[in-house]
Design a protein around this ligand. Structure first.
Ligand code: FMN
Length: 461
């Protein structure tokens, strides 16, 4: 029987995917997101609930496609304000033993040398329980904040990210030999300078001499997540990722998406199952189906549908305010709108979607498929996702925070455990080992990180 991993998906902001819930009396995100106790309590809750990893999204600009302005996003707290995710990890790691922490960090904004130092530090402090969600980023107004005047095209951003990965791999895997740290008290030697190497990277985008500033951390390279869904994004993920985060509207589309991903992974020369695929799902659970439906309706009454349209417009790059709210989308002939419509056709093929209806549907848990019901109903539906799509895990997107995580941990997790559907986690293991088993703290030797050996490894010493 196939088991899955549970990841919790959120961001250091006021309710990540459900605009307006900050007004809900059971939502603590507006008060909590800037409070370290909130994050430490959440980490403990997730660990007790058997979650493998807390996955932290991040952005560096505002959602300003909607109405050609950031106004709606600011008004409805659409991932704005949003704090830095990496700095909260050490406190959460200190309070836990099995939970992993994946932070989103952009290859467009941060130099690879700095990224390598940051994640090595986190991996040391969290004793190997750190992951990196590699993103190339998508918000247009973020570029200016980093002094980027000329935006690269979509595919070129991935080309640059490929070279970026070369640089960080060289720093993490090839700069320090395994036995470089000798800590020889008698001879007064901490590290052997002959075993700490420069990387001398010179490429199209980056020149980085090195050496890496940090001695090898438990995983060396942090566990690698990726979530690009385009053709180029899939190729990038197939080459680098160890876990992929996807969002598909229903089981059939997800099954096709997972098969396509596995084919891309095989084409990249890797075993199709050596990358874990996790689907975003939102769950509303209560002791009975009727109570769960009521809970969802209560959440809907706090939602800010316009804020959700601003979020979605930013993702899709289409200003949905330009479409008359009650006009069926299938009467519009713009390619972009048809692309949006095709996602919603998968959500419910029998419905003739208008912008207003979409806004209401995505106002809780955005575009995530939603499972609503008693623990048994939710577990039945999750078992279908596990057995019919080929996924290895879910990324749980709560509606109220932390209530949505607590409900899942208290009501659904015992049911999934009873059905033998959750992986057991090992205290003290690294995040990579939680996903791939004992003895797998490091990237495997056939990973792209080792495709170009540095001179000191090829030349006789
Ligand atoms: C489920 C999911 C979560 C994502 N989370 C983030 C995020 O937190 N920050 C970000 O900048 N990009 C995020 N992205 C964007 C991508 O990782 C990627 O950089 C972007 O979608 C462009 O690539 P693509 O065209 O291949 O999808 C996410 C994408 C998906 C599908």
């Amino acid at each position: 029987m196939k088991k899955i991993h549970l990841n919790a998906f959120t961001q250091c902001c006021i309710n990540h995917h459900s605009e307006g819930q900050w007004k809900h009396p059971l939502d603590g995100s507006a008060r909590g997101y800037r409070d370290i106790d909130y994050w430490v309590d959440l980490a403990r809750l997730l660990e007790q609930g058997g979650f493998t990893c807390l996955f932290l999204a991040d952005v560096h600009g505002t959602y300003s496609v909607y109405r050609g302005s950031r106004e709606t996003a600011v008004r409805h707290a659409v991932q704005f304000p949003s704090n830095e995710p990496t700095v909260i990890i050490p406190a959460m790691a200190h309070a836990t033993r099995t939970l992993g922490f994946a932070a989103t960090y952009s290859t467009t904004y941060f130099p690879p040398y700095q990224t390598a130092k940051l994640f090595s530090t986190l991996d040391h402090l969290a004793r190997g329980r750190v992951g990196w969600n590699i993103v190339t980023s998508y918000l247009a107004d973020a570029n200016a904040n980093f002094g980027i005047r000329e935006e690269l095209g979509h595919d070129e951003r991935y080309d640059r990210a490929d070279e970026y990965m070369d640089v960080v791999y060289k720093l993490w895997e090839h700069s320090w030999e395994e036995d470089a740290v000798v800590r020889d008290v008698g001879h007064d030697v901490y590290s052997d300078p002959g075993r700490v190497h420069t990387i001398d990277h010179v490429g199209r985008w980056y020149e980085v001499p090195g050496p890496h500033m940090c001695e090898p951390s438990p995983q060396r390279t942090p566990f690698l997540f990726q979530a690009g869904q385009s053709g180029r994004g899939t190729d990038f993920a197939a080459k680098h990722a160890e876990a992929i985060f996807c969002v598909h509207a229903n089981l059939e589309v997800c099954a096709r998406g997972v098969a396509k991903l596995r084919a891309a992974i095989a084409k990249a020369g890797r075993a199709p199952d050596e990358v874990k695929v996790c689907q975003g799902i939102s769950v509303v659970v209560a002791p009975t189906d009727a109570e769960a439906r009521l809970k969802l309706e209560t959440c809907r009454s706090y939602a800010s549908p316009e804020g959700s349209l601003a979020l979605f417009s930013g993702w899709a790059g289409i200003d949905l305010s330009t479409v008359e709210p009650d006009r069926p989308l299938d009467t519009l002939d713009s390619n972009a709108i048809q692309g949006v419509l095709s996602y919603f056709k998968d959500v419910d093929p029998d419905r003739r979607w208008t912008v207003r209806e979409m806004g209401e549907w995505i106002s809780v848990a955005s575009i995530m498929p939603k499972i609503v019901g008693s623990p048994a109903t939710v577990a039945d539906e999750l078992e279908r996702w596990i057995d019919e799509t080929g996924i290895d895990g879910i990324n749980l997107v709560p509606i109220t925070q932390p209530g949505g995580f607590r409900d899942f941990a208290e009501l659904v997790v015992p049911e999934l455990r009873r059905r033998g559907r959750l992986h057991a986690l090992t205290p003290g293991a690294t995040l990579r080992e939680q996903f791939f088993g004992p003895g797998r703290a490091r990237l495997p030797r056939h990973h792209a990180a080792f495709s170009a050996l540095p001179p000191w490894k090829t030349a006789p010493r």
